[in-house]
Ligand binder design. Structure first.
Ligand code: DC
Length: 226
């Protein structure tokens, strides 16, 4: 726990499998902050869309659903936040292939982003939060005191995501993982609303060849410096 540390909010953005979640979680724990992985809220709402049976092409109905959904966030293990949707903990289904496939579709709908960004800001208002995503430094919290953009090559990120999937018991190969990862990067970077890009005042941290601890140390030092 660090007392009187200046940045009340630390934004961490970056592409798929660059380590936002592992880094953000470890950093938050070290600082005594909470960690909010905003990808989880897009995933949780996508799960809700699937459950409700609304066709992914029906943007109007999806926007009605987002406005009618109640979002809460509970801290698990003390520092990691998990989304609760209409009173239900949906965290176990958020990494399933159906959610994975549909989340880029729901997350590019303007009405969905508006509603979910407002939820993220509402939460960040309490301070002492490390928030990770794609557009935290650019759109969600442009006034965050410290903005980090994590970077690593496609090859490195492919290796990391592949190991994660194998650890989870999934049967996949490097080539498939790389194709999927490039597809997601492409969608995240080229969407019209809130595309993935570093904020002008973000510090770019290249994680290539660094251990998780080394990356966290770097950001910790930047935070202590503010
Ligand atoms: O970080 P992730 O893979 O769990 O994110 C899932 C999807 O949610 C990703 O394809 C893009 C979207 N997302 C977003 O648009 N904005 C964010 N701040 C976080 C995630």
């Amino acid at each position: 726990m660090v007392e009187n540390l200046k940045p009340g909010i630390i934004a961490i953005d970056g592409p798929v499998a660059v380590g936002k979640s592992s880094v953000g979680s470890m950093l938050a724990r070290r600082l005594g902050y909470v960690f909010f992985d905003t990808g989880m809220i897009y995933r949780a709402f996508t799960w809700k869309v699937i459950e409700s049976g609304i066709p992914p092409t029906d943007e109007e109905e999806i926007c009605r659903l987002v406005d009618a959904t109640r979002f809460e966030f509970v801290a698990v293990q003390g520092w990691r936040l998990s989304p609760i949707i209409d009173g239900e903990d949906v965290s176990s289904g958020l990494l399933c292939p159906r959610v994975e496939e549909l989340v880029p579709v729901t997350s590019k709908i303007a009405g969905v982003r508006r509603a979910l960004v407002s939820q993220q800001r509402r939460f960040a208002g309490r301070g002492k939060v490390v928030m990770a995503g794609r557009d935290i430094g650019t759109v969600v919290l442009p006034r965050a005191e410290l903005k980090i953009f994590l970077a690593a090559s496609t090859e490195e990120r492919t290796k990391r995501r592949h190991s994660e999937l194998v650890e989870r018991g999934e049967n996949t190969d490097l080539e498939t993982v790389m194709t999927e990862l490039k597809k997601r990067d492409e969608m995240d970077m080229n969407r019209t609303i809130s595309p993935l890009k570093p904020a002008d005042d973000a510090v770019i941290v290249n994680t290539e060849g660094l251990s998780l601890e080394q990356v966290v140390d770097k950001i910790f030092a930047l935070a202590a410096d503010r």
